[in-house]
Ligand binder design. Structure first.
Ligand code: ZN
Length: 315
């Protein structure tokens, strides 16, 4: 019987990173500037590795190549999703991502990037940048050229538990004091449109991609429809946030004991709060905040027990 695959994440330092991944998730990291935890990743820029079972030591990308039956023989040439936790200890640059078509033409080997965010935690009064206020492309270009960033960028207040769906072509940025679980297409293509004119220790600014940003940004901005459907049954409350082209994302709020059938090609799961047990094929596996795992195709029915919150996604 197939077992869940528990994963060892990869951590990336970022100039806007901090220590929340260490302090809130207990990950062993030495850097004080850890910005990104690539928790479930088959991307060449940071592959997570299987920790348990017969496939221990294999990367997600290797498993996707060699054992596609574990993923319901899904036809994507690359592992299609990427789950990250981001610690924005400072403002991230304002950015936008291309769609598949643009990425295929200009970014060899990359997919477009549609993403979504579940706000795990944030400071009082925290915000993020989500969309812009230009009505036409001409206005968009003029406001960029004139540096009218305060007028152009759309700021949205946030609180823990909020969810944002960010299709490719949406101008966006996480701002200071935000801890987010991101589910996205497996892509690392970012066009930076504004970096607050920040300079590093050597007095250098980071590269901007204005032309590409103008090419790919949706004008005018449209805030996409988000589902927010809550279903309750014995031991679990399921909140569905988005059912879109690239992914479906929901939260399992476990309180007590609940049974599940894994009926997708595969599911990605991240424990973001609390802990408990996963019962499958007569085994008991402990679950703790910060654990990430894949529920493979054809896995036995399973039960979750405890007091915990798990963000789940599938293609
Ligand atoms: Zn992004």
């Amino acid at each position: 019987m197939k077992q869940p695959l528990f994963l060892k994440p990869v951590f990336h330092e970022r100039i806007w990173g901090g220590t929340s991944l260490k302090s809130k998730f207990d990950y062993e990291i030495s850097s004080e500037l850890t910005g990104e935890c690539w928790a479930i990743s088959g991307h060449p820029n940071g592959q997570s590795t299987v920790k348990n079972g017969t496939h221990a030591g294999k990367t997600v990308g290797e498993l996707w190549e060699e054992k596609r039956e574990w993923f319901g023989d899904h036809p994507s040439p690359v592992f299609p999703l990427l789950t990250k936790i981001l610690d924005a200890n400072d403002d991230l640059s304002v950015q936008v991502h291309p769609d598949d078509e643009y990425a295929r033409e200009y970014e060899e080997g990359e997919l477009g990037k549609t993403e979504c965010w579940y706000i795990i935690d944030c400071d009082e009064g925290a915000e993020l940048i989500f969309g812009h206020k230009a009505r036409t492309k001409e206005e968009f270009v003029r406001m960029i050229e004139d540096g009218k960033w305060d007028d152009l960028l759309r700021r949205v207040p946030i609180k823990p538990g909020d969810f944002f769906y960010v299709p490719s072509g949406t101008i966006h940025a996480l701002c200071k004091g935000t801890l987010v679980l991101e589910t996205q297409q497996n892509s690392d293509t970012t066009y930076r449109v504004y970096d607050y004119d920040r300079r590093d220790q050597d007095g250098k600014t980071r590269e901007l991609h204005i032309r590409q940003s103008i090419d790919v940004t949706r004008i005018p901005h449209q805030t996409p429809e988000v589902t927010h459907r809550v279903e309750k049954r014995d031991g679990v409350e399921v909140t569905t946030y988005v059912e879109a082209d690239y992914f479906t994302v929901y939260k399992w709020r476990i309180n007590g004991r609940a049974s599940f059938q894994q009926d997708q090609p595969f599911q990605l799961a991240s424990v973001i709060e609390g802990g408990g047990m996963l019962h499958v094929s007569g085994e008991k596996l402990s679950l703790n905040k910060g654990d990430h795992f894949i529920l493979p195709s054809g896995m036995d029915h399973f039960e979750l027990e405890g007091d915990m919150e798990i963000i789940v996604s599938h293609v």
